[in-house]
Design a protein around this ligand. Structure first.
Ligand code: IVH
Length: 697
């Protein structure tokens, strides 16, 4: 037992260290596979010996259960917000207020007024040595995310909370534990402190999340901050875990660090946070005076577009903590800090044209081609128009003068049309009847906002489909990103996803930017991907409406792709969470000859198309194991919930629709249409009495 305990501790430390290297320092030391092996070993040990699980174990990042709601917590020190400055003049004003307040403070304490230049030499005037002098400032980036508080006791993360109204926040510990750059244990085991920081989503993760949501017809997040907030306030931590959130910390409170001095400046606080293993943004500067502050702010106003995350301004803080205390705070915000907010990211320009592009699912998306215009440091020449409905809603026409902005600094969008500036030459946009890439007919299905290309062999769809096939969550082929896929398609090396598995390194080295080693690596990654689980393959195939979750459910239910190929809509709709839309889409996909042939080729190429299936007869105490039931009408004694509970307690499943594979329809008084359907399909119909017999009750 001692050995096992020691091993689990070593594993925890090792994984913790790799999390730190990867997520805080951005310097991974081992491969993902090696990391997964460590994690798997720890998970297995903890599963066998649950008493070994500690709250700071890396396994706890994923292990959260669904919550009923959030518990309200009170912040020991209120989480204030910042006063705003909108111009350089506002910053000089802020500096004047700070200096005045500090001088006043000196006078109050019986000191003379101090100004740089007329300070007497300290040795002549010992009582002035510790007096707050003119302030130095630290300038930091204002990360556009969500403020959180993290409490560490004896180096262990014990609570994480949202800012809420500043006084009361919500306990979101379970969700914050899924953020890999938040250490569950600090590098210093004896420290007690409260850390504050900003949880955010990178521009890249935000775009990817919205891309997937758009494809699934889900509502889009307006900007990365909303996406981060929506992800943190999930009752199901496993959703938060998938969202790729990160953190930058910027303050420490109630610091108790035995044997060490607490920091006395903000810069030292940042250094301490860094030493403790927390993620501190490296873009900050200590400035001598407000003019230096202003030039550093100017720098970031121009450079902010280069950052992989969005910032909505800069934060200016007095460096000395003694001065901070002396300055204090108003009800809402500290007097020792302010935020320089960037101006609204809007610009006026002309729509030169509206073009359409074709995505993986054949969706034909209109895009505005703009007269290039600079918005906050980057030149914009395209803006998404999403779909035809939106064009009609905003009444966007070719030739219009429009206001555009960058949603969350990332995707340029048309905000509104300047109708007054029309001169009559503007042209309405008409969706092209044929795909601009392959010429096939473009149609809009009822109930859908998107138009789709119907061409089965559309090269645009092929390209997007391959990019999706190789992506993370799908076949996860490392090194096969959009640029490489584009090369493969334009060189004519792949016509469908099966061709990927026939590539040779000889073919690859012929391509630009490929050397022997990189070609070898890609071939290796392609071969490795054959072992991806069935649900990844299902997702990778890009069947419409079949996202990651539906893929998992289908893989789990059928266990083999060949069974899914032969499943009918009725059989699919009885599976929990699989609705008629998904069912229809799966049946349609699997019915098409070219898709069946493709799957056949993938099987022949040795891809993993089956999962180890659950042994359904394992539970002998469950006489109804594997049977599905449909309830209809009012039963003589059992309420619907009770009947359901009885069936489920014996291993059966209650579903809502009748199909050929339904085991029994339990009918009571005045049954509905399910009764007739059961008769038509020849499904056994029983009453309550028979149900009791079956369940042995
Ligand atoms: S300091 C007393 N520093 O901006 C306020 N805040 O309204 C201490 N923020 O709620 C905040 N980056 O969510 C500080 N480097 C940074 C920040 C930052 C983003 C957010 C924070 C706060 C809001 C201020």
């Amino acid at each position: 037992m001692e050995k096992v305990r020691a091993r689990s501790e070593i594993l925890r430390r090792e994984i913790q260290n790799h999390d730190y290297l990867y997520h805080v320092l951005d310097a991974p030391a081992i491969t993902d596979a090696a990391y997964d092996r460590l994690m798997l070993e720890l998970q297995q040990l903890e599963k066998e010996y649950p008493e070994l699980v500690t709250p700071d174990s890396p396994t706890q990042r994923i292990g959260g259960k669904l919550r009923e709601g959030f518990v309200t917590v009170r912040h020991t020190v209120p989480m204030l917000s910042l006063s705003n400055a909108f111009s350089e003049q506002d910053l000089r004003e802020f500096d004047r207020r700070v200096q005045n307040a500090l001088r006043w403070e000196n006078k109050e304490r019986g000191h003379t007024r101090i100004r740089i230049g007329d300070t007497p030499p300290a040795e002549e005037c010992p009582q002035l040595m510790n007096v707050p002098n003119e302030p130095n400032y630290v300038v930091e980036l204002k990360i556009d995310g969500l403020a959180v508080s993290l409490l560490y006791r004896d180096g262990i993360l014990v609570r994480g909370a949202t800012r809420g109204d500043g006084e009361y926040g919500e306990d979101i510990t379970h969700n914050l534990k899924t953020v890999k750059s938040i250490p569950l244990r600090l590098l210093e085991p004896t420290v007690n402190l409260e850390v504050r920081g900003e949880v955010y989503m990178s521009k890249e993760s935000f775009l990817e999340l919205n891309r997937v949501r758009e494809e699934r017809g889900e509502a889009l997040f307006a900007n990365p901050r909303n996406a981060a907030a929506g992800s943190l306030r999930q009752l199901d931590p496993s959703i938060t875990a998938k969202r790729n959130l990160s953190i930058f910390v910027y303050s420490a409170g109630n610091v108790k660090l035995p044997g060490k001095q607490a920091p006395d400046t903000h810069v030292k606080t940042l250094e301490l946070l860094d030493q403790l293993g927390l993620r501190v943004n490296t873009h900050y500067q200590l400035c001598e005076d407000i003019e230096e502050v202003i030039s550093y702010c100017r720098l970031w106003t121009y450079k902010k577009a280069e950052l992989p995350y969005t910032i909505d301004g800069l934060v200016i803080k007095v460096n000395s903590l003694e001065q901070q205390t002396a300055l204090g705070a108003t009800m809402k915000s500290p007097r020792w800090a302010t935020a320089l907010k960037f101006p609204a990211e809007e610009a006026e320009t002309t729509i030169r044209d509206i073009i359409v592009s074709v995505g993986r699912t054949g969706a034909v998306t209109p895009t505005a081609v703009l007269e290039p215009v600079t918005v906050a440091g980057s030149t914009i020449s395209r803006a998404t128009l999403h779909n035809e409905d939106m064009i009609r809603e905003k009444d966007v026409r070719i030739g219009d003068r429009v206001i555009i902005h960058k949603a969350g600094d990332v995707i340029p969008e048309v905000v509104r049309v300047l109708v007054d500036k029309r001169n009559g030459s503007e042209k309405e946009f008409i969706m092209p009847p044929a795909c601009p890439v392959c010429g096939a007919e473009v149609v809009r299905q009822t109930g859908e906002a998107a138009y789709r290309c119907t061409g089965a062999a559309c090269p645009a769809q092929l390209l997007e489909g391959l990019i999706h096939f190789a992506s993370r969550g799908a076949m996860d082929i490392v090194g096969m990103g959009p640029a490489v896929v584009t090369q493969l398609v334009s060189a004519g090396l792949v016509q469908d996803v099966a061709d990927v598995y026939r590539l040779t390194s000889e073919q690859l080295v012929e391509l630009e930017r490929f050397a022997d080693k990189s070609a070898e690596n890609l071939i290796q990654a392609i071969q490795v991907s054959k072992e991806e689980p069935l649900h990844s393959l299902l997702f990778a195939l890009g069947i419409r409406h079949v996202g990651e979750r539906a893929s998992r459910i289908l893989a789990e239910h059928f266990g083999d792709i060949r069974r899914i190929m032969d499943a009918g809509a009725e059989e699919l709709t009885v599976i929990p969470e699989i609705g008629p839309k998904i069912a229809e889409s799966v049946v349609n996909f699997m019915r098409q000859e070219q898709n069946r042939a493709l799957i056949g080729r993938l099987i022949a190429l040795g891809l993993n198309v089956a999962t180890a299936h659950k042994d359904e007869s394992a539970n002998i105490d469950a006489p109804l194991n594997g049977q599905t039931f449909v309830l209809t009408g009012t039963l003589p004694t059992l309420k619907r919930d009770e009947a359901k509970e009885l069936i489920e307690s014996r291993g059966g499943k209650v579903v809502s629709a009748v199909s050929k594979s339904t085991g029994y329809v339990v009918a009571g008084e005045s049954p509905g249409s399910k009764y007739e359907k059961a008769v038509k399909l020849g499904v056994t119909i029983i009453g309550e009495k028979e149900l009791f017999e079956l369940t042995g009750k």
